[in-house]
Ligand binder design. Structure first.
Ligand SMILES: Cc1ncc(COP(=O)(O)O)c(C=O)c1O
Length: 301
């Protein structure tokens, strides 16, 4: 396990005691890790992060050379063990983009710089899901797929999950909490942005934007109920939204509504939600709120 996003004063000592590897991207982090390692009396396992062109986390340019020298000195006195060196792509989802090759070249140079100082990390890692699936030359010693572990394509414009042999693993379901008859011409939910065009039945789904349903899924987000694809009717509220079930609906409170899943049973996918709300599937699957219970299902399918 590797930690990497922390601020001054973070509990580095506790991380080291828990056998968590710690990333170092800056001088102050090196100092903090050294203090923690000295106070527990054993070397810290660290991964040095080089910024090869994303301009986000990691040490860039001359700051990398400074970090290499500082880390080499600390490794020589056995205060740290440099087990890894890593970086992250800006354009992994566009495998032919010139920055992909440039970042890889910069990565190789950065590792060589470390090795010239006598530091030989066993774990060089650079690839996220897209690079794991499209760029074997970036695999080095380990890969860091995130989205692909959920069975989703990191490059939906280039290849689908199925094209990559992936199957969507996450499913978001709710149960209807109320079903009621509403006459034609009734505005639905805040602002009445949906107007019933006939006498109909509405179903209330107890999930809202505080549970991660994007508010801009109002009149746009898809769902599956009893084998039928429906679209959210009216505005998504904090804790609930509505579906127009139609006049002949036989649905009852307690019936299952599938917001997204693998798609095999006709349910929308996270990718469908991303398209409906103008975002990427990453955001759909990671924004599900803390009060939505998670069930981990093993050995199915
Ligand atoms: C540094 C780093 N590595 C790997 C990943 C995984 O990316 P993906 O979910 O595209 O596989 C991320 C995701 O944000 C990341 O920031």
């Amino acid at each position: 396990m590797l930690t990497w996003l922390y601020v001054p004063g973070a509990e580095v000592e506790a991380a080291l005691r828990a056998d968590i590897d710690v990333t170092i991207s800056a001088d102050w982090q090196l100092r903090q890790v050294l203090d923690a390692a000295r106070s527990i009396g054993s070397p810290a396992r660290v991964h040095l992060k080089v910024d090869t062109g994303l301009a986000r986390n990691g040490a860039f340019g001359a700051a990398w050379s400074d970090l290499v020298r500082g880390a080499a000195a600390a490794a020589a006195e056995q205060a740290i063990e440099v087990v890894g060196v890593w970086s992250h792509f800006a354009y992994a989802d566009a495998p032919d983009h010139p920055t992909v090759r440039q970042q890889q070249e910069r990565f190789v140079e950065a590792v060589a710089e470390l090795e010239r100082e006598g530091v030989h990390p066993q774990l060089r890692h650079l690839a996220n899901s897209a690079a794991t699936l499209t760029n074997p030359s970036a695999h080095y010693d380990l890969v860091r797929p995130g989205l692909a572990v959920y069975g989703l394509s990191p490059t939906p414009d280039l290849a689908s999950s199925a094209d990559y042999g992936l199957r969507e693993a996450m499913r978001l379901v709710a149960r209807l909490s109320l079903v009621k008859d509403i006459p034609q011409g009734q505005g639905v939910s805040y602002g009445h942005s949906y107007l019933t065009d006939r006498d109909t039945r509405l179903g209330l789904v107890p999930l809202g934007y505080s549970d991660g349903i994007p508010r801009n899924a109002s009149n746009a987000g898809p769902a599956l109920l009893d084998g039928r694809r429906l679209t959210i009717a009216g505005r998504v509220c904090m804790d609930q939204f509505l579906l127009d079930l139609g006049p002949d609906a036989t649905a009852e409170p307690g019936d299952e509504v599938v917001l997204f899943g693998a798609g095999a049973l006709g349910e929308p996918t996270a990718e469908d939600w991303a398209a409906a709300t103008g975002t990427i599937s990453y955001e759909i699957i990671t924004r599900v709120g803390a009060r939505v219970p998670r069930y981990y299902v093993e050995g199915q399918g």
